[in-house]
Design a protein around this ligand. Sequence first.
Ligand code: NAD
Length: 506
Amino acid sequence: MDMQVQKTLYHFVNGQKVEGTSGRTGDVFNPAIGQVVKQVPLASSAEVSAAIEVAADALPAWSATPPASRAQVMFAFREIVKNNIEELAAGLSAEHGKTLEDAKGSIGRGLEVVEFACGIPQLLKGEMSERVAKGVESYSIRQPVGVCAGITPFNFPAMVPMWMFPVAIACGNTFVLKPSEKDPTCPLMLAQMMQEAGLPDGVLNVVNGDKEAVDTLLSHPRVDAISFVGSTAVGEYIYQTGCKHGKRVQALCGAKNHMVVMSDADMDQVVDAAIGAGYGSAGERCMAISVIVAVGDDTADELVERLKPRVKDLVVGPYTDAGAEMGPLVTPDHCAKVRSYVDLGVSEGADLVVDGRDFSLEGYEDGAFLGGCLFDNVKPDMKIYTDEIFGPVLSVVRADSYDEAVRLVSDHEYGNGAAIFTRDGGRAQNFISNVRIGMVGVNVPIPVPVAYHSFGGWKRSLFGDHYMHGPEGVRFYTRMKTITARWPEAIESGAKFHFKRGSEDN
Ligand code: NAD
């Protein structure tokens, strides 16, 4: 397989690399040096339509392929990804900036979804009832939805596409992926690996692009379902527009994940958890902890004192530095946006306990780096509290009581993840029951469910009815059909003009 780094990228349609013809391209940065290193073609509506037609043409044969045969492709794909994980991770980190270990970890989480999809024959089994009436059986089957589209964000260029296409394709659908234009290399590599694993041409296609490409996917009559992961503003638009065009849509969106710390928590564990979950991947995770709600001033004082040196001492560097704990932000623009939020927090009156704005690294002066930032005394009406910042900025909010803490978490517009740190089982149980959040951790800061459970948030963190992967993923990518059958020996002559309950038949 040809995976050499190219200056100008391509689309991947019908099993082939396809050059862009729109004449429009986007810049792909190496954020560690702050330089544009590649161009990505931005597809025209006509190019996207062509890819959709290819996926539609591939649908009849693929959906008729036995699930066990589809699973064989997933088994082979898993091996290829595992064997090429270093190369994939390097391609990912070079454009995203995250450390290699983190990149490999995220590909590993994507592989778990592939492993889940390997079990597709079992997952597609329906339900059957015999003798629902005299000589009548009733059963349900799950069939593919059709042509599915995936629109994915920059922060997990391998894992998030792998939340989608392995499940969709194993269910018998064909797929058009529109990855983030900020780091498109890794998704292209994955599509080529699926091909190498034996996937027929046209079943998985990748079109690079921006709003024009997305709008075509949202309105094209041959697209049946759309999976989106990204920011809330875009996700809400995608949900509304896709639904208006009669498509099934799931849109997983932005977040502001809180970690509630009770006075009885193990503080060593809390500090480690907050550092890893707040600053890992430079805070560019939809499940990153961005707010700590410390219950009681003593808890807050101790926590801030212990976090301060840890945030100051974070090792920030390029992905090529094996010792780096945190890389740059994805682009210079995003870095400037995050930095402006830190400025805003200061002007809003929060206490900036650790200021990472003057961070600089010799040899990487133009890189999109920002040191870790820590705010104390953040108030719920501040923009740094209400908005998703998506950077290495952690806010401490002080609450007087557990009830106040739960209210804060529940009232926030986002509802992706939340964690409570406590030794009190009853308190944890109360939190699990009452907090209005989709994914809850107890002494676990980033409660991302394993692949055989489903991932999704509440409130404005998800539009649509289905979470991703796990059983909800299979439901999203399939339609249920229910069958009621009576065989000739049991058919009585004479027309029937009224409904009967099965129990009336004996
Ligand atoms: P984004 O919304 O800017 O982009 C996501 C996708 O939408 C990209 O493919 C992009 O090309 C496309 N897009 C951007 N603007 C568009 C527009 N106006 N019209 C149509 N399409 C458009 O998100 P991002 O910055 O790439 O990713 C970060 C965001 O993703 C954060 O908000 C983060 O919380 C969220 N995210 C959520 C989850 C989750 O599971 N809930 C997971 C990962 C990331």
